[in-house]
Design a protein around this ligand. Structure first.
Ligand SMILES: C[S@@+](CC[C@H](N)C(=O)[O-])C[C@H]1O[C@@H](n2cnc3c(N)ncnc32)[C@H](O)[C@@H]1O
Length: 370
């Protein structure tokens, strides 16, 4: 993993202005907002097998950044992160997103990026885009995908990443930029604008996916593409080794229930194709993948992905679930921690051949809209 980038100065962000406020409010946190990012933490990552291609991610934070258009001055309150149960959360649209934005959370996102590269055989996308000029990464997180797209794949394109959190590195390729924006509100980009719109892991983030895909459609150029990459939160097995009473069922049901209570579902992974077609996209293609819960598979590629997933989940589930369980579900912190500990225990069980199913769905906006 690359060293964490220095925290970004307030001046180096763009902020899309919106008049609405759709954030779901969580109750007051046990701790008050603080303006400083948390310290980084070290984690031992699984070693790659020798025969893996030498993919070098360019998320190494090594060049200049640009400001986007239509900016407002970024209020310093956006940097006044909220602290809750020892984790740091975004401040803009306070309460809108379930995950922390501290150094550990950023590292977990970058683990997932690595797993997607392994899953997609080191491709950053599957949509058959050609010579794109304008690319949008919605809910970009650390910006790692946007940076890799800008630096490695499409140096002549402009890549914009949007997010609620200003957690992207300061030093990025000159054709990559980041904006603070709430994707659940009306999109302020020009219509028919992007050659490619990319969405990854916005599960539990979007209250109205039909509205989301309509906006994505309106802002895709005729002939342009959209791709969404998501996975289930409900582990399953093909060989019955995950019995009906296994803890993984309770885990999955609990996440789904928390998403329903939160008003932002976790089931988009198997709804995306239908919803994209409904919005008007054509040639919609769904590719499925599996993320094993640990290194149980014999297949080398799946075993490697599983080992990464085990680490990602072991270190990441507190961030994935503690806000949902305590703020949305009303659980006490000790009850939530017992639940998380049970999950960590089961992640070490190689007898259960469980995996998280996922999908990559891409589609094209027709040259002529009907
Ligand atoms: C699970 S992370 C995925 C990050 C990134 N797409 C990736 O795959 O590495 C979800 C991201 O969506 C962002 N997010 C959540 N709700 C959002 C919203 N309403 N508008 C913009 N970004 C949002 C979060 O801040 C977080 O960075």
């Amino acid at each position: 993993m690359a060293d964490p980038a220095p925290s970004r100065s307030v001046d180096s962000f763009s902020l899309h202005s919106t008049g609405q406020d759709s954030a779901i409010q969580v109750s007051e946190a046990a701790e008050q907002p603080v303006p400083v990012p948390a310290d980084s933490q070290d984690h031992a990552a699984p070693q790659e097998p020798d025969n893996q291609p030498d993919y070098v991610s360019d998320s190494g934070f090594d060049s200049g950044s640009l400001l986007g258009d239509e900016t407002d001055t970024l209020a310093s309150s956006i940097m006044h992160y909220r602290m809750e149960n020892g984790r740091q959360y975004h401040a803009y649209r306070d309460g809108a997103y379930w995950g922390p934005n501290d150094e550990l959370a950023k590292e977990i996102l970058d683990f997932a990026h690595h797993m997607y590269l392994l899953t997609l055989d080191h491709k950053l996308h599957l949509a058959p885009i050609k010579n794109p000029q304008r690319i949008l990464d919605v809910g970009t997180g650390t910006g790692i995908w946007a940076i890799d797209m800008a630096a490695d794949q499409y140096p002549s394109a402009t890549v914009i990443g949007t997010d609620l959190s200003p957690i992207q590195p300061e030093w990025v390729p000159p054709n990559c930029m980041f904006e603070i924006d709430d994707v659940t509100l009306d999109w302020t980009f020009p219509p028919d604008h992007f050659d490619f719109i990319h969405i990854r892991e916005l599960f539990g983030c979007v209250p109205d996916w039909d509205f989301f895909f309509e906006e994505a459609y309106n802002h895709t150029k005729p002939g342009g593409w959209i791709e969404i990459v998501e996975h289930s939160v409900q582990p399953t097995s093909d060989d019955g080794s995950q019995g009906p009473d296994h803890f993984f069922h309770l885990w999955g049901q609990t996440v789904i229930e928390m998403g329903q209570k939160f008003g932002k579902s976790f089931t988009i992974w198997n709804e995306a194709k239908e919803r994209m077609e409904k919005a008007g996209f054509v040639d919609v293609t769904e590719i499925t993948y599996k993320w094993p819960m640990n290194g149980w598979p014999e297949d080398k590629k799946l075993k490697n992905i599983g080992r990464w997933n085990q680490l990602r989940l072991h270190e990441g589930i507190e961030g994935f679930m503690i806000r949902l369980l305590t703020q949305v579900g009303g659980w006490s912190v000790p009850r939530a921690q017992v639940f998380l500990a049970e999950m960590r225990r089961e992640l070490r069980n190689y007898k259960v051949h469980a995996y998280l199913p996922g999908t990559v769905v891409y589609g094209r906006k027709p040259l002529r809209s009907s």
